[in-house]
Design a protein around this ligand. Sequence first.
Ligand SMILES: N[C@@H](CCC(=O)N[C@@H](CS)C(=O)NCC(=O)O)C(=O)O
Length: 240
Amino acid sequence: MITLYVFGPMLGLPDLSTPCMKTHALLQMAGLEYRVDYGGLRKAPKGKLPYIDDDGAVIPDSTFIRWHLEEKYRIDFDKGLSAAERAQAWAFEKLCEDNLYWAVMSARWIDDANFTRGPAKFFDSAPAPLRPLIAKIVRRSVRKALQAQGAGRHSRAEIERLATRGIDAVATQLGDKPWLMGPEPCAADASVHATVTGLLCPAFETPLRTATERHANLVAYSKRGMERWFGGLRVAAGGG
Ligand SMILES: N[C@@H](CCC(=O)N[C@@H](CS)C(=O)NCC(=O)O)C(=O)O
């Protein structure tokens, strides 16, 4: 049996973490049965979620989880794609994970109002007197990570300008297709869908959400993925 360790649903999203949401979608795409555990962060092998325990094999990181599923269960998430299409899909996936991800982190963690609406809730289970201190420490570590990655050195306007270019690129690649690379979802859809849906999360006031909402195909794509992998849980703006 596979156990998936994630943070858990929050603010109408299956998970506030895009890699966690991505891994849910991969497992759904694979048609594998799995259970979820929301208490695994302290034991996470790389100190991050998601990770899985597949009959004793512990695999951290959404991409290594993908490869584990492909190898163990003989799944090709990119079935039907040419080598060039696989390369293109990979590039879009990593645009989301290694670029847009940091813009989302900045919007949620650095902006005070968004922090209060979202990430601050992570600490609700901590004893009330300690909550502000824990939140301050974790927020400081996110700020440091943003600095180290580089996004934290840009102004808010610069981060938004860079991210908007990425959002527009995803919208252009999607075009009027149902999925990123064609009529069926591929591995990159798990990640791109999680990113697009995270960007559209109505709990956060951010120009990135506006930039995403401007693309009707991205809004429809978010809904399509939610219906397919998450039982239609409505989170996208305009989701009703
Ligand atoms: N490359 C990893 C990224 C995982 C990741 O960054 N997880 C974040 C949440 S989005 C996390 O667990 N952060 C907790 C922490 O750093 O304490 C993947 O794709 O799984």
